[in-house]
Design a protein around this ligand. Structure first.
Ligand SMILES: Cc1ncc(COP(=O)(O)O)c(C=O)c1O
Length: 412
């Protein structure tokens, strides 16, 4: 049985008081809090096993290497990849998408081609493509979204043509929480000869995802949003595609051999096996160990339970928000098609002021554009406040949030 009150005991930070109120952490879409199991795994790594990986023959290096490789394997199982060779550790979603843009896009995209993104993308799924388009001359094409922030599948089909070489879509919007049917979008993209990149930053932490089921070509996500440490994230790629791609960064770890020819005075370089070909330099070993602990924690809870708990909270919050007369909630009003993310504004208040006022009640939310300015433009908003839930949040916390919102409404 999933019990959020028991889960809370694993999170030391939740015992804090902020401004004399118990901490209510509703900024989970930005980053999650960390359970003791993750903190302990990191501590134990540094206290017992710290060494560089894949380099030395001594005991500590072998232990660190084993842990680091095991972490890739655990992540591969968690997302249903065929093997750990399809799991590249990067700094986060942003770096994963940049990796695809440069390693795949630099070689594969040319003038006349198109990269299809949607208006609901996080800037990290827009800016790398815009930067590369300036170098390669292809077009970044923006698919409009419906007024509630959902995707129109007919419009998606119409936007595809042989010119589109890759479709880059977020699985879950970090503004509205809308869950996109990326399995269907991948099918349509493939029928039109395009690859499919899924930004899983907001889906992997919250809903069960299996890449074989989605049949996406790439999936990017961040460890810090799923209970893991910052500075570690994942690029999943289909093995046959990763094999054909050029490396992203050059340096140690990612090469098999660098052989100097004294006659030509040139080096011949061959690449390491997957996934190391894409992991140049000393990697974030302890980040990988922390991510493995996070994945094991989520597995123990069960991703179906995680999703169900967040659905319950979202439904409850959406219902209670109707009591706040000056508060407008954006995106779909149907909580069954979204994850636990709620964007809103209070009439007469700037979103940053709302966030600051809520802070005085010990409630942490996000305010601003949430790195998704085009979607805010679509909604004709200068900014929004955003509450986002996770495994340790409770209905009682939502009650306190609603009471605080009512008081803020009345303070004007
Ligand atoms: C949908 C989405 N994509 C990408 C990112 C970027 O993630 P990171 O900053 O961990 O690279 C975020 C972070 O908020 C996000 O919500």
């Amino acid at each position: 049985m999933f019990d959020p009150y028991k889960v809370r005991e694993d999170f030391p930070i939740l015992k804090r008081k902020i401004n004399n109120h118990p901490l209510i952490y509703f900024d989970n879409a930005a980053t999650s809090q960390k359970p003791r199991q993750v903190i302990d795994a990191i501590k134990e790594y540094y206290e017992q096993h710290n060494a560089n990986v894949h380099r030395a023959v001594h005991t500590l290096s072998l232990e660190a290497t084993e842990l680091y490789e095991e972490a890739h394997g655990e992540v591969a199982k968690f997302i249903g990849a065929r093997s750990m060779e399809e799991v590249v550790f990067v700094r986060g979603t942003t770096e994963a998408i940049n990796l695809v843009a440069y390693s795949w896009g630099l070689k594969s995209l040319k003038q006349g081609d198109e990269v299809l993104v949607t208006l609901m993308e996080h800037h990290s799924n827009i800016v790398p493509w815009e930067i590369l388009s300036k170098i390669k001359g292809f077009k970044v094409k923006y698919l409009d979204v419906n007024n509630d922030g959902t995707i129109n599948h007919e419009a998606f089909k119409e936007a595809l043509s042989p010119k589109v070489k890759i479709v880059c879509v977020t699985h879950v919007s970090n503004v509205t929480g809308v869950i996109n049917d990326v399995k269907l979008l991948a099918k349509i993209a493939h029928e039109n000869g395009a690859l499919m990149l899924v930004d899983g930053a907001q889906s992997i932490p919250h809903i069960p995802v299996k890449v074989k089921d989605l049949d996406c070509d790439f999936l990017a996500f961040s460890g810090h949003k799923m209970l893991g440490p910052t500075g570690i994230g994942v690029l999943y790629g289909k093995r046959e595609i990763l094999e054909k791609m050029e490396p992203f960064h050059g340096g140690g770890e990612m090469i098999r051999e660098v052989s100097f020819n004294p006659k030509t005075r040139k080096c011949t370089i061959s690449w390491n096996d997957l996934p190391w070909k894409f992991e140049a330099g000393t990697p974030n070993i302890c980040g990988g160990v922390g991510l493995m602990a996070a994945v094991k924690y989520l597995k123990t809870l069960g991703m179906e339970n995680v999703k169900a708990h967040e659905c319950t909270l979202t439904e409850y919050a959406m219902k209670r928000l109707k009591e706040c007369e000056k508060t407008t909630v954006y995106g779909p009003q149907d909580s069954t098609i979204k994850c636990g993310i709620i964007p809103f504004n209070i009439e007469g208040f700037n979103s940053h002021d709302v966030a600051l006022l809520l802070d005085s009640y010990g409630i942490m939310i996000r305010s601003g554009f949430h790195c998704a300015q085009p979607l805010h433009q679509k909604f004709k908003l200068s900014s929004s406040a955003r509450a986002s839930f996770y495994i340790y949040n409770t209905k009682e916390e939502i009650d306190s949030f609603i009471e605080a919102l009512k008081e803020i409404e009345q303070s004007l």
